[in-house]
Design a protein around this ligand. Structure first.
Ligand code: SAH
Ligand code: SF4
Length: 394
């Protein structure tokens, strides 16, 4: 099986090695229990502290009154609960909000990520980033144009959710006891290229002592990193969206370069394995960006329908969101409708993603944050190593 490509230390080991405090946003329940045990405390402290952080939104150890005074005094010397720092907040006319966030590890304003809040009548979604930039270089994606600076840590991923939940709760924007009902890994970066940090983050999102979200309301979107799709299936139970964008290898090689490594036959096999044996309604959402004159003809729609025939699938059409210098255009409305009609006619469930927040460049594929480092890398420079599975060392 597979292992993450970059052998980065996990948060507790990195913190211990440097003498720094551990950011508790980076620890799932098991890792948090291990952290307390390693400091001579009961593993049960993990549940208590997670409830303070995620249910009550408290980051000040002194306020955690069900911990002993001794532990409350000690915790600030060994741990911290540090959300990302807001650099800018923008609100769209349609209620969408975008935050530009300095990440916690380096607090460098030239390295910032974006998270987007999308309120709808029946749900409130946060679209989060998993990397600073992205190495995979899809031809129509603004993030991809930047290359990769680095992976986010689990703490930096969870920090986006906590910060947004905290702000929205403070404004009274809650449904039940939560502000956010859905999380999608559709911001900057390829989540499965940062597998090691993303999986603990998913655990925290799903954990009743974390954000307590249902598995159908957390979606990982991947451009098709096949080995990590299989691992994900084994390790956590979340919804999967796959960025298909083309029904043939020739076209997909051009639009989504990772296809040259994991072509369609392998990708579709991984999608089938992902849903095999899951509940009856389980399906993969196939994202398909519509690029005028490139992948939006009736022939493309028919060939897409043929590819998805007999598969548990929903198609989500994303009319291209333009950015400067992209070289692509969004198809006209009637063309988008015709594409959807063709798929419907062939029995493929299809929705069109309504563009949200485009007045603040918050729509899919427009997130650029700030990626100013000289270490930027592209697909061809980043080895995707496939090794045997190891126990999570956290
Ligand atoms: N890296 C992951 C998730 C982030 S992108 C992935 O590729 O799946 C979320 C979705 O937005 C993906 O389907 C992506 O292909 C799509 N996207 C990227 N650029 C876009 C653009 N300019 N217009 C519309 N959708 C875009
Ligand atoms: Fe990366 Fe996804 Fe953009 Fe492709 S579409 S470059 S995988 S963020």
């Amino acid at each position: 099986m597979t292992e993450a490509s970059v052998h980065e230390p996990t948060e507790p080991t990195r913190a211990a090695a440097s003498g720094a405090r551990v950011n508790l946003f980076g620890l799932d329940r098991e890792a948090m229990a291990a952290f307390f045990r390693s400091h001579g405390e009961s593993a049960f402290r993990a549940k208590q502290v997670m409830q303070w952080i995620y249910a009550r939104g408290v980051t000040d150890f002194a306020a955690m009154t069900d911990l002993s005074k001794k532990l409350r005094d000690r915790l600030p010397t060994i741990a911290e609960i540090r959300p990302p720092t807001k650099i800018r907040e923008q609100a769209s006319a349609d209620g969408t909000r975008k935050w530009l966030l300095a990440v916690t590890e380096d607090l460098d304003p030239d390295n910032a990520i974006e998270a987007v809040y999308i309120p709808e009548p029946d749900r409130a979604t946060l679209c989060i980033s998993s990397q600073i930039g992205c190495a995979l270089d899809c031809s129509f994606c603004a993030t991809g144009k930047q290359g990769l600076n680095r992976n986010l840590t689990t703490a930096e991923i969870i920090g986006q959710v906590w910060m947004s939940e905290h702000d929205l709760r403070a404004e009274g924007r809650v449904h039940g006891d939560r502000a956010l009902s859905n999380i999608v890994f559709m911001g900057m970066g390829e989540p499965l290229a940062n597998y090691r940090a993303v999986v603990p983050a998913i655990r925290i999102l799903l954990d009743d002592y974390g954000f307590g979200l249902s598995k159908r309301r957390v979606t990982v979107s991947t451009s098709g990193m096949v080995p990590f799709m299989d691992r994900l299936r084994e390790e956590v139970d979340v919804a999967l969206a796959v960025s298909l964008h083309a029904p043939t290898d020739a076209l997909r090689d051009e639009l989504v370069p990772i296809n040259r490594k994991y072509p369609l036959a392998e990708l579709m096999g991984a999608c089938d394995r992902y849903v095999a044996g899951k509940e009856r309604r389980a399906h993969v959402v196939y994202e398909y960006v519509l690029l005028a004159g490139v992948n939006d003809t009736p022939a493309h729609a028919k060939s897409l329908a043929a590819l998805l025939r007999d598969r548990p699938a929903k198609v989500n059409l994303i009319p291209f969101n333009p950015f400067e210098g992209s070289g692509y255009e969004r198809p006209a409305e009637d063309r988008i409708r015709a594409f959807q009609d063709t798929l419907h006619g062939k029995g493929v469930r299809t929705t069109v993603r309504r563009t949200r927040g485009d007045d603040i460049d918050a729509a899919c594929g427009q997130l650029v944050g700030r990626v100013a480092s000289r270490q930027k890398r592209h697909f061809r420079d980043v080895p995707i190593r496939v090794e045997s599975k190891r126990a999570n060392p956290a």
